[in-house]
Design a protein around this ligand. Structure first.
Ligand code: TXA
Ligand code: MG
Length: 353
């Protein structure tokens, strides 16, 4: 399949054609990848069940893993959700448009292919101007998972989408202004007490400030090794995910101890001819010689660390490293989502130093 790749330039005459073309594909049941403020999404028309099936095929995604529906106004929410509690309106008024996905009991019109057969639907109103304009101009509620091959880190650059999706979808809208770098916070509003199913940029503390009582799904609480009988409530959270090809180990300790330990490993592994990938911060990057070393930013800049994590994981695949070591990060605010993704990428492989 030929994939059209177009870049947003903020020249209106040029961009107008991009949105018109992308809208045509969506309305015809095709697939279009587009940027959002969190990560790139792979979109199709929610109401065309056959279009959603193409998403699963392009990603190699298990069909029991439901998609998020992207909307541009509150009216759309009423057309997709059967029950909208007042608490959800409160959250929507505070955090939409933005990186928050809410789960509701679904209306029967929402096809089962979107929801993986569940009686609930996940809905998000993105703030990224390209995403918002695409939803408005196409008039389509856009069902979109992250635009990566299933199991790989989510794409934060057009290059990542092209690597994964070229030849598999109709169009890629390139616009490298993805800012957050981690997927949205998911809150289940169909539960008695709102429950966070996936941590994201909007933290549990922020949600509690607005609503009071919000709980975290036990199965995703940061850093825990899951007992075999505890299953995450978001089907997607049970799969191995965000995983680079090489095995990844997280090192936990004081910043100096972490860097010292990884330096030792690097020396030893290099002596054996192993190519080592290292995730570190600006404060310690000077400590390392050799290896493929990626700084995610300053340790005190949680947003930079979030923004750069997935690109670093993908770079290790590109450079074909044999083994990866990462420092661990503060797990408050957006750091909670960073550590959630990192721990999943490492398959819970953590060393205390
Ligand atoms: O930031 C984001 O959320 C990005 C952008 C593109 O919007 N999208 C994204 O989609 O991360 P995806 O498909 O990669 O992750 C969606 C997650 C999966 O873990 C899925 O299982 C969960 O949402 N999910 C979707 N519908 C659900 C439902 N009805 N009940 C529980 N979990 C649901
Ligand atoms: Mg995903």
């Amino acid at each position: 399949m030929k994939t059209i790749i177009e870049t947003i330039t903020n020249n209106e005459a040029h961009d107008w054609k991009i949105f018109a073309k992308a809208s045509e594909f969506l309305k015809a049941g095709g697939l279009v990848a587009f940027p959002t403020e969190t990560v790139y999404g792979l979109g199709a028309d929610t109401m065309q069940a056959e279009a959603a099936k193409k998403i699963y095929a392009a990603k190699g995604r298990p069909s029991d893993n439901p998609l998020i529906v992207h909307i541009a106004d509150e009216k759309a929410l009423r057309e997709l959700a059967a029950e909208v509690p007042d608490t959800a309106i409160t959250l929507a008024r505070r955090f939409w448009p933005g990186p928050l996905t809410m789960i509701f009991k679904k209306r029967p019109e929402v096809p089962d292919t979107i929801t993986g057969g569940l009686d609930t639907v996940a809905i998000r109103m993105p703030s990224h101007p390209t995403a918002a304009r695409l939803i408005r101009e196409s008039g389509v509620y856009i069902a979109a998972p992250s635009a990566n091959i299933s199991g790989k880190p989510s794409p934060t650059l057009a290059k990542h989408v092209i690597d994964d999706m070229k030849g598999r979808i109709d169009m890629i809208i390139a616009d490298d202004t993805v800012d957050i770098g981690l997927e949205s916070t998911i809150v289940d509003m169909s539960a008695e007490v709102p429950m966070v199913l996936r941590p994201g940029y909007i933290s549990l503390a922020q949600l509690r400030t607005v609503l009071g009582n919000v709980v975290m799904d036990k199965a995703v609480a940061c850093g825990e090794q899951l007992p075999a009988d505890v299953k995450p409530k978001a089907p997607g959270m049970k799969y191995r995910h965000y995983a680079p090809k090489a095995p990844l180990t997280i090192v936990r300790g004081t910043p100096d101890n972490m860097a010292g330990f990884i330096c030792g490993i690097l020396e030893e592994a290099s002596a054996y001819g192993d190519k080592v990938g290292v995730i570190t911060t600006d404060e310690h990057i000077h400590c390392f010689t050799g290896g493929i070393v990626e700084s995610l930013g300053s340790r005190s800049d949680g947003q930079a660390i979030a923004r750069n994590l997935f690109a670093a994981l993908r770079k290790f695949d590109e450079r074909e490293v044999d083994i990866i070591y990462s420092e661990s990060f503060d797990d408050t605010e957006v750091g909670q989502a960073v550590m959630n993704r990192l721990i999943k990428a490492a398959g819970h492989n953590i060393i205390e130093v």
